[in-house]
Design a protein around this ligand. Sequence first.
Ligand code: FES
Length: 270
Amino acid sequence: MREIKFKVFRFDPQKDKKPYFKEYTIPVKEGMTVLDALIYIKENLDPTLSMRYSCRMGICGSCGMIINGKPELACHTQILELKSETIEVEPTQNLSVIKDLVPDLRPFFTKHRNIKPYIIRDDREEMEKPTREYKQTPEELLEFLQFSYCIKCGLCISLCPTCSAYDDFLGPFVLAQAYRYSADSRDSGFEERLKAIDKTHSITNCHFATGCSAACPKGVDPALAIQFLKKIAVAKSLGGFKKKVAEIAPAPPEKGPNKDKYPPAPKPTV
Ligand code: FES
């Protein structure tokens, strides 16, 4: 057991004139994460501390924050691995603060909704009431798979210079999701999505600083997705954007070979 000092960002817009750091010293043992430490502080030292978390296993994306200057998931950051006697914790940057370590992600969730992050099809009836699955090859899946690992933690926003300069820039994870769906062989919604993407501070304002990709705790590469989006948008403006959209799979045969090969399972005897 070791004692480690935590310098935690505190700010309550309801009563504080400006943000400040508050120090807490807590006992740390092997295996404790930064999120465990914040929960310890809240339960034992200061119940007024606010932070956001849910899954505690790096899946929900709620606990993104800046830990010793780096964007990290608090539940996935082992304290002793930081090799530091003092650990500084701040909320994700380029977002306003609701309270303490809770950033306001709502503007980016609205932008995310606007780019229509779902499969859009011309065959609307089949899309709304599907009768069968759409065909997709493993190669077609690989075109977008890594971008579907995004957990919307918002850490990519922290290291994005364009997000810090323009409020209306859609931001790395939103654009990565726009590409994820546009690259999906089952989707034909790029034109609809482009209406939201193609605004004043759009993909062309991305300077390819790549901080977003470095920050992502899931290995997603939003900077690459934005370059792919630029490529599709340019191809479309030159009339060279064509996409063959996946068809629905044919109906299975009424009496397939499997039906003859595998006899019905025996009925239980008791
Ligand atoms: Fe869900 Fe950390 S609590 S990712």
